[in-house]
Design a protein around this ligand. Structure first.
Ligand SMILES: [Zn+2]
Ligand SMILES: [Zn+2]
Length: 292
């Protein structure tokens, strides 16, 4: 079984919800039959990610994420980074320092999760985001590989090479149209298309993206479940997907599409149509089953 649980479902500016980061759990059996999954993967870990996971560890079924009354970061075996905005990477320093200094015995014996993304994201992630706080250690300068095992996904003629969980679930990344500096795709940002290689079933996770259904249509039509970025209000130059654009999707696609990365006004009456028209606004700390 493969499950997805949002630590938070909010936009970069949300205060009622935490940042849109998700925990993927891979199970040989199911959460009912085993107390913890066989493999774990975070999709992003933003500035409020530590608060999101701190709340999750107290929820039934997620006790394995706690050690005493704090988060046991050693239980997070892998992190996939969609892009470099702080709502997606701002918690990584805390996670890494925790693995080294709280639940590790110094940088030589630290627990090291795997960090996964494209080469350009991983290089920039260190050089332009994490290095300032994470390079200085007592007596030396550290590198990204002091904190993480690095998996840089290789780009091929058929797109990026997938990575796997439990040798059964394939995770394939695709570029998303998030920030255009000069043109489409020129600032690296990715979504995920997940396949259960036993059943052939799939799930779609958009990452941060402008409306680009033309490109996503084959994936979103086939998938059992879609998770799509949305912004609630229209905007003359959006960097996310306005809800009004998502309303133009075919009804059968909307019905299996869960909306996430939304702003704080989602409970306003004007958005009350969402649970009827879509699979609803994403619920934080709810375990969604992607594949049985
Ligand atoms: Zn974001
Ligand atoms: Zn973003």
């Amino acid at each position: 079984m493969l499950t997805l649980t949002f630590l938070g479902v909010g936009s970069a500016f949300a205060k009622r919800n935490f940042h849109s980061n998700a925990l993927i759990e891979a199970w040989q059996t199911s959460p009912e039959k085993q107390p913890e999954p066989d493999d774990t993967l975070l999709i992003d870990f933003g500035g409020t990610g530590p608060l999101g996971i701190n709340g999750l560890k107290d929820k039934p079924g997620f006790e394995y994420l706690a050690i005493g009354n704090i988060v046991n970061y050693n239980k997070i075996k892998r992190v996939f980074v969609t892009h470099q905005h702080a709502d997606h990477i701002g918690g990584l320093e805390e996670m890494a320092f925790n693995n080294v200094f709280v639940h590790g015995s110094g940088s030589d014996k630290a627990f090291k999760p795997q960090i996964i993304s494209s080469m350009n994201i991983l290089v920039n992630l260190w050089d332009t985001s994490l290095k300032g706080g994470m390079s200085p250690l007592p007596g030396r300068y550290a590198l990204l590989q002091d904190y993480f095992f690095i998996l840089a996904l290789r780009s091929t003629a058929q797109g990026y090479e997938p990575f796997q969980m439990l040798k059964r679930y394939d995770f394939k990344i695709f570029p998303t149209d998030h920030i255009r500096i000069e043109r489409k795709y020129d600032w690296p940002s990715y979504g995920l298309y997940i396949t259960d290689t036993e059943s052939g079933e799939t799930a779609f996770y958009s990452g941060d993206t402008r409306f680009d259904y033309e490109v996503y249509e084959p994936m979103m039509t086939k998938a059992n479940l879609n998770f799509h970025d949305t912004q609630l209000h229209d905007d003359s130059a959006p960097v996310h997907t306005p809800l009004s654009d998502l309303r133009t999707l075919p009804p059968e696609v909307k019905k299996k599409t869960v909306l996430y990365h939304y702003g704080d006004s989602w409970t306003d009456p004007e958005f009350s149509f969402v649970p009827d028209e879509f699979a609803g606004f994403a619920t934080p700390h709810k375990r969604y089953v992607l594949f049985e």
